[in-house]
Design a protein around this ligand. Sequence first.
Ligand code: EPZ
Length: 423
Amino acid sequence: MDSIVVTGNGPLHGQIPIAGAKNACLTLMPATLLSEEPLTLTNAPRLSDIRTMTSLLQSLGAEVQSLQDGQVLAMSSHDIHNHTADYDIVRKMRASILVLGPMLARDGHAVVSLPGGCAIGARPVDLHLRALEAMGAELDLRDGYVHAKAPSGGLRGGVVEFPLVSVGATENALMAATLARGTTILKRAAREPEIVDLADCLRKMGAQIEGDGTDTITVQGVDRLGGATHRVVTDRIELGTYMLAPAICGGEVELLGGRIDLVGAFCEKLDAVGISVAETENGLTVARKNGQIRAVDVTTEPFPGFPTDLQAQMMALLCTAEGTSVLEEKIFENRFMHAPELMRMGARIDVHGGHATVTGVDRLRGAPVMATDLRASVSLILAGLAAEGETVVNRVYHLDRGYEHVVRKLSGVGAKIERIKGQ
Ligand code: EPZ
């Protein structure tokens, strides 16, 4: 297994390009199953999760061509000959569940493995299933798989009232609703930019959708969808992650393609800790206001609140802040696994249930640490950028799921970082 070696090397200066959003691409790709016409995605990120979704779609019979070094995905689902998403693919990537709604809507049947839990939580899919049942789907759970069937006339429009906000369940329901007969209303829908991006793409394919970006989405089903070409929205989590690089070790960095509307709540917290964010014609420029980072409390919430996917990275910054910060993780039940690793670097963190209390220290010290999940891994790299000495982050395969060219992007702004091939 590869590892990444980071050595604290002072302030950073330069530009970092931000890629297309992993979490948008992972729902845009299954949308190809809704139509027999070609769907082409541009600005696609080059990530292992995208390659996993590619393999899954190909196993179902879809054609997926990766062009221009992976930045363009040319897809066609003219001949879907297999309607089963196998456990060995689904267990590697939970987003595989997002093929369920589209397959059910287009062909009336689908068999998808239950994804199982992951490091950050149990992550059930009951809300996905409940939404599809509200559209008439008959679901039978057996042998670890969901066996789904639509009524003989196909899915029908219905009212889906989510008991809690779920990004994935909103995406599955939204895709299914585009081909359901009649009107579907999604209440307490997720408002993430990735939902709006999906809706934009579906509208290009001929879907009739209103209200995306709010908590109520209304869909008028249509008989069929056509093809489209769609540019994947900027990755707000990669953006926020790299905004923290100059925050944690000083300097000034311009994030190319960054959009302030994608990171509103996050920027409010950066402002509170003493970081300035300025819009430029190419993106966003980030720098410390006057040197010292101040403590701040953070609570993760569904968009437009502070994103859970930036909690680990923000904790790394707060480990070196003046004062005590309390981070409350309200989305997932076990998303503080980066805390013990940061403590190996000298951080002072007390974790109690969904709360982590961070008391800032003058400087972290480099140490060997282990990545436990995607966002935790990059949190450790951020900490290593500011630490005294050398940090070795092990198990960086987690990183490859969500961040392309980390070493190139950070060394391009002056970080001392390299990737070591594992045995
Ligand atoms: C998406 O996961 C993202 N993944 C996650 O990003 C992100 O952390 C999460 O949304 C929240 O923003 C992708 O888009 C591929 P949820 P998702 O359904 O859809 C519970 C990353 O690092 N829940 O909004 O799985 C669930 O357990 C990843 O890029 C149910 O109880 O998240 C969680 O507590 C990590 N039943 C809460 O809802 C369900 O049927 C929010 O989950 C579904 C979810």
